[in-house]
Each structure stands twice: as structure tokens, then as C-alpha cells.
Ligand binder design. Structure first.
Ligand code: ZN
Length: 559
């Protein structure tokens, strides 16, 4: 029999199967003999009566009510092996013993299963939508359902309930994860459009007012007209022109923000993503934990209506470092996330009516702690000390090396002695690699690739090569520059944290949060978007992620 497969070979959900199984389970577990039924009825009615009379008091007493504040944290692209990697690195750089656990380890409650609607490997857009709307969508979809219709998000639900809302990220604020909480788009690449959800005076949706009270992150470029230097917009819209937001773009203004009377506030500290933690200049950019701390202070102090707040915090660049297979940038963004968790846990301890949930959308990089470079059976070891010696992201080191090559070229064009110039370049590069990457055994072949590439080479290719030099020496390896399909860890702390125990489908995490917010996202979707149409594009440039065929998923004949 010939089976035709579409791109997704496992059905997403088998409702019938589950229903039948559930009924069988209920019969088995709660099967009752007839003679017991009458007394059971009496008992149930008495109980319901009492619950009716004392229900509210009971609820209060046993904390069944919704937490006042919900903090939802995403460690983008942080898979289970990165957890071990991060923990060992944390122990190594802090001189802790092997049994010292991380701030995340202390609040582990379960696992999240990460596949998206159309693929066994999700991207961050579908991953974030599973959390924000409580439903699975196709890769690239930003808070839209599989039919490309907008779905209301937890943040919109919280705003609708009169809560304050905030977003703190290290990526562009219009990037996939924050995008899927603050707006809606069929394609994550439409960041110019995603930004317009923060400018309700520009959006064409009459059912929609400003939903986000506080934003800290990067990505100014999508808010300013294309005529300005740092812009990346394709049009001349200035989204900050008539904005309600108090707008800040630097460290000084951030440090001096009034904490009691500043909402709505938007701080965009870089034109593009904020820096990797390893490259961050603290004079210019606040750290993730500083932004989280400030956001918690502002939101809790400004909560005049006492309805609480919903805050999204994302360690966005853990993922991007893993895309580059860059162990040092990955490790340092993980440590920044740990610090942020500590700040948030402290807030929860001081405000026990708060819940924090932390989860990854997917694993990135397919990290392996253990690497066999050749046929010789490997030793069972990997070396965090190799990673700890690296002082910049490989993206930055690659730029430094290219600058060195270019200035050397210029000198030569100015008539300096050919061979001498070349030797000097080799020496300078060896020096730089020793100083910034801590590698003192760079090989002839490596130097050849770095300084005399045979074919045209992008900066990213050089960065990837440098990252491999570090990984191989640390005896770790990566299976991909993309994402993997692994389950990821799930953490929760504070009020009702127990609801997140066990193995969850990613969308269920969104649904539990929806219940805890006491909002109905289906109803809100109707109210906000039943008549909404996405603006038509003149030339449809949407580029969907290629959908894998079954054969591509399962066989590798060509390898
Ligand atoms: Zn990613």
C-alpha cells in the first residue's frame, strides 16, 4: 500500500482515541455499584451546599484563586544539554562543587514537548504562539492560528482584565517571542508590521487599544522612518511620533527612570538585538536581570488598581549563540538568565501572590557534551575551562579579524613590503587568538582558513569556524545551526506552581496560564479580531520556512 505523507507524518491529536481512552479510564477508576449511588448523591449534595455557602472562604484559604501577578519567562533555545553545560560552567567559573545546583534547578517541575502544528521541530514563532495563545500553529506564525487568523494572547487577556502588562527581552522587541505576545502576523519576518501593534494610532483595528504598558529590549530600527540612520523600516513611518509611551534609548535614562509614575514606558537600547552578555558594554546597555528588576519595581509600584501584572521576560540570545554554535556566548547568556531567575524569585518571595513559569520554546544547536574527532575512542571528558577563556562572541572576534585583514591589505596597497606585511598579519592573528580566545595551539591549517580563504567567505562563516575551534578543543559538539526537536525543561515557582508538574505539551502551558488569568482567549479573539483582516501586501514577499518531506525527516541516503 502506498501511503502519501504530507509534511507532518504524526497526527497532531487524536481526539477520538483520547475520548475513548478517557471514558474507559473513568469507568475503571470510578465504577460504582448501584446500592452506593443513593448515599453518594446525599453526600455530594450536602458537600455542594456547604461549598456554596463557604466556597469563597475556602478558596481564599487554600489559595485556589488566581495569582495576582504572573511572570512568564522564556529561555529561548535552551535545551536539556545546555542545562548541563550551563550548570557545569556555572560551577567552574564560580569555583562551586559538583553538587551546587543552579537557580533554575531549584524550581524544576516538568518538561515541555515542543513540536509545532506543521513540524516536529518548531521555530520560535510557533513556539511562542503555543504559549501566548495556547494553541499550536505553523512555523513562522506570530499569534495566528493554523488558518492564519489572529488569536488573542495571554498579554492581551491580562490587559483586558485590567492588569498591567510588560515585556523584557534582549532581542529586537519585534522578534518572534515578544512579537507573539504583543501582536499578530502571518510571518515573523514582517517585523515592520509587528511593530505597528505598539502604535495603535497607526493600526487599522478599531477594537484595539494600547495593550503593553512597559517594554525593554532592542530593535529601535523598526520604529523609525527609513530616512533615519539606524532605521531598518522599508517605509517612512515613525511609530514614535505620536506615541503615548515615555521613550528612552540609553542607560542613563534607564537608571533614572521614575519607578512610580512612568507608564507607559518603552526602552529600546539598540537599533538591532541587544548585545550578547559576553560583549555587553554595561555603560551603554542594561543587563537582562537589571531590566527585569526595574520592570518588576515599576509594574508593582504602578499597580494602582491592585489588579496585578503580566510580565514576559525572555533570555532571547541564548538561542542566537546556539545558532552560531558559539559556546562562550551561549554560556554567558545562560548565566545572565540564572541571575534574572534569582531576581524574579526574590520578587516572588517578597510578593507570594505571584507565579513565575520559566520554559524554553525549543532546543537550539543540538549540543553534545562529548565529541569524537577521529577514529580513536574518545576520553570521557569535556573542558569548561576552554570555554571560560574566551572573552568575546565569535561574531565579534570574526569582525576583529576581518578588520585586521583589511587594515593589513590597506597597508600593503600603500606600498609596504609584501612578505613582511603577511608575516606581521600572521603574528597579529596568532596573538589575537591567544588573547581573546585563549587558544595557544592554533594550527597552520586553521590560520590558512582564517587568513587566506580559498573562496569568498562571509563574516558568519568565519565566526562559525572560530566557534568550532573552541568547541573541538572543549570536546563538545553541535549537530545543527538550527533547532532540534528535543523536549525542554519546565520550571515554576510561587503561587500555583504545582499546576505545571509533569510532561506538558507546549500549548497546555499557555492554557493553564489562561485559566490562572481567568480570561477566555477564544472569546477575546472573537471580540478583537472577528472582523479583522491583515493588511494586504502589494507584492507578497512572505517566505515560508520550507516544509520537510517525510523522506527528508527519516532518511539520509545522500550523506
Ligand atoms: Zn532560534
Amino acid at each position: 500500500m502506498k501511503v502519501t505523507y504530507t509534511y507532518s507524518y504524526l497526527p497532531l491529536r487524536n481526539e477520538e482515541f483520547n475520548k475513548e481512552r478517557r471514558q474507559r479510564y473513568l469507568r475503571r477508576r470510578y465504577g460504582l455499584k448501584r446500592r452506593n449511588i443513593r448515599s453518594l448523591f446525599t453526600f455530594v449534595f450536602t458537600f455542594l451546599g456547604l461549598l456554596f455557602i463557604f466556597g469563597d472562604k475556602l478558596k481564599e484559604k487554600f489559595n485556589f484563586r488566581k495569582p495576582k501577578n504572573i511572570i512568564f519567562m522564556v529561555s529561548d533555545g535552551f535545551g536539556p544539554t545546555s542545562e548541563t553545560f550551563g550548570r557545569t560552567y556555572y560551577q567552574y567559573v564560580n569555583n562551586y562543587t559538583y553538587d551546587q545546583i543552579t537557580p533554575l534547578d531549584k524550581i524544576l517541575v516538568g518538561q515541555s514537548r515542543t513540536r509545532s502544528y506543521d513540524s516536529l521541530i518548531t521555530d520560535s514563532a510557533a513556539g511562542a504562539t503555543a504559549f501566548s495563545c495556547g494553541l499550536k500553529t505553523f512555523n513562522y506564525g506570530i499569534a495566528v492560528d493554523p488558518n492564519s487568523r489572529p488569536c488573542a494572547t495571554l498579554l492581551e487577556g491580562a490587559h483586558d482584565k485590567g492588569m498591567l502588562t510588560g515585556i523584557v527581552v534582549t532581542s529586537r522587541i519585534t522578534h518572534a517571542t515578544p512579537g507573539a505576545f504583543l501582536g499578530h502576523a502571518v510571518n515573523r519576518n514582517e517585523e515592520d508590521f509587528i511593530a505597528t501593534w505598539l502604535a495603535p494610532n497607526i493600526t487599522s483595528n478599531p477594537n484595539y487599544d494600547r495593550q503593553v504598558d512597559l517594554l525593554f529590549g532592542g530593535g529601535l530600527c523598526h520604529f523609525i522612518p527609513s530616512t533615519e540612520k539606524d532605521s531598518c523600516r522599508k517605509d517612512n513611518l515613525n511609530l514614535l511620533e505620536k506615541t503615548e509611551y515615555t521613550f528612552i534609548d540609553n542607560r542613563f535614562l534607564f537608571d533614572n527612570l521614575n519607578e512610580t509614575d512612568v507608564l507607559p514606558v518603552m526602552g529600546l537600547f539598540t537599533p538591532d538585538h541587544m548585545s550578547f552578555e559576553i560583549d555587553r558594554d554595561p555603560e551603554k546597555e542594561p543587563a537582562l536581570w537589571e531590566m527585569a528588576d526595574k520592570a518588576l519595581k515599576i509594574l508593582s509600584k504602578s499597580d494602582k488598581k491592585k489588579k496585578g501584572f503580566f510580565l514576559l521576560i525572555e533570555g532571547s540570545r541564548i538561542d542566537m549563540a546556539a545558532h552560531g554554535n558559539d559556546p562562550a556566548a551561549h554560556a554567558n547568556d545562560i548565566l545572565a538568565y540564572y541571575k534574572t531567575i534569582e531576581v524574579v524569585k526574590k520578587f516572588v518571595d517578597e510578593n507570594p501572590n505571584t507565579l513565575v513559569v520559566s520554559v524554553s520554546d525549543h532546543e537550539t544547536g543540538g549540543l553534545a557534551l562529548g565529541y569524537q574527532p577521529n577514529k580513536v575512542y574518545p576520553k570521557y571528558i569535556w573542558y569548561p575551562e576552554v570555554v571560560a577563556k574566551v572573552k568575546k562572541s565569535t561574531n565579534k572576534i570574526a569582525q576583529d579579524i576581518e578588520n585586521l585583514i583589511n587594515s593589513n591589505k590597506n597597508n600593503r596597497n600603500n606600498g609596504e613590503d609584501d612578505d613582511g606585511g603577511n608575516n606581521e598579519l600572521y603574528d597579529q592573528t596568532v596573538n589575537m587568538i591567544s588573547k581573546i580566545m585563549g587558544i595557544n595551539d592554533v594550527t597552520e591549517d586553521e590560520l590558512k582558513y582564517i587568513l587566506e580563504p580559498k573562496e569568498e567567505r562571509k563574516t558568519q562563516d568565519l565566526a562559525n569556524y572560530l566557534a568550532k575551534m573552541v568547541s573541538h578543543r572543549a570536546k563538545i559538539a553541535w549537530t545543527t545551526h538550527g533547532h532540534s526537536g528535543a523536549d525542554v525543561n519546565l520550571y515554576a515557582y510561587g503561587k500555583n506552581a504545582k499546576l505545571f508538574r509533569g510532561s506538558k505539551e507546549n500549548e497546555d502551558i499557555g492554557r493553564i496560564l489562561e485559566k490562572l488569568l481567568e480570561t477566555d482567549l477564544k472569546e477575546l479573539t472573537e471580540r478583537h479580531f472577528s472582523n479583522y483582516e491583515f493588511p494586504k501586501k502589494e507584492n507578497n514577499t512572505i517566505m515560508f520556512m520550507s516544509k520537510p518531506k517525510f523522506e527528508e525527516i527519516h532518511y539520509h541516503q545522500n550523506l
